[in-house]
Design a protein around this ligand. Structure first.
Ligand code: AMP
Length: 220
């Protein structure tokens, strides 16, 4: 199964994608995660991406397309993958179709997760992570035990992602509306769009997601 998770920043693509990939034994391909890792390692890709990401803008299409072309060829992606954060533009979506057609494969579905804008801002502004293990927290929805440090690394204070700062969140939401939201129609027109409401408890959203994508390999 080859799936795309589509939706605005803060909708839960990362969290739900991780759970889905684990439960269904598909590779999780998070383009934002790959870029953050490249930044941490100081690779040429990381150096190119850092400024754009910090400003909430998109990394150029050709860079992202090449990155996904290579990552989807890895052995762990052979039986299926969940794409979190790609495609984000129409040229990226076109390239994904071409890439898969060239391998005689197809995209099985595009899950669109949606929540109201006020809720997105609430989720993004409360989001924190452990700089050591990258475990995700939310200051009200999923706080750490002592309110400040990672549960697994008690000496490490949680941090906010640079691009979760208020001003950058506004840019990211505007970029989403302008460049990524048109993909909802793009995939609806070709009958590949599956809409799942992203509001409510994380477990309920996950159960709905798992049901619509038809993962039957393992309970999770
Ligand atoms: P995310 O973790 O998916 O919110 O991505 C964080 C940032 O990485 C985005 O704001 C972009 O700057 C960059 N990024 C991730 N995926 C893509 C993509 N498919 N196209 C362009 N930029 C991307």
């Amino acid at each position: 199964m080859r799936l795309v998770l589509l939706g605005p920043p803060g909708v839960g693509k990362g969290t739900q994608g991780r759970r889905l990939a684990l439960a269904c034994e598909w590779a999780l391909i998070s383009t934002g995660g790959i870029l953050r890792e490249a930044i941490a390692r100081g690779t040429p890709l990381g150096i190119q991406a850092a400024r754009l990401m910090d400003d909430g803008r998109l990394v150029p299409d050709d860079v992202m397309i090449e990155l996904v072309r290579e990552r989807t060829l890895d052995a762990d992606a052979a039986d299926g993958f969940v794409l979190d954060g790609f495609p984000r533009t129409v040229p990226q979506a076109d390239a994904l179709d071409e890439m898969l057609q060239g391998r005689r494969l197809k995209l099985d579905g595009v899950v669109s997760l949606a929540v109201p804008q006020a809720e997105l801002i609430r989720r993004l502004s409360g989001r924190r992570e452990c700089p050591v293990c990258k475990r995700a927290y939310h200051m009200t929805d999923a706080p750490p035990r002592d309110g400040r440090h990672c549960d697994d690394h008690p000496a490490t204070e949680l941090v906010q992602r640079v691009d979760d700062a208020e001003e950058t969140v506004r840019t990211r939401l505007a970029v989403y509306a302008e460049q990524t939201e048109p993909l909802i129609d793009y995939y609806a027109r070709t009958g590949r769009l599956i809409e799942v409401p992203g509001v409510g408890a994380m477990d309920d959203v996950f159960a709905a997601l798992k049901q619509v994508v038809g993962c039957r390999r393992r309970a999770g």
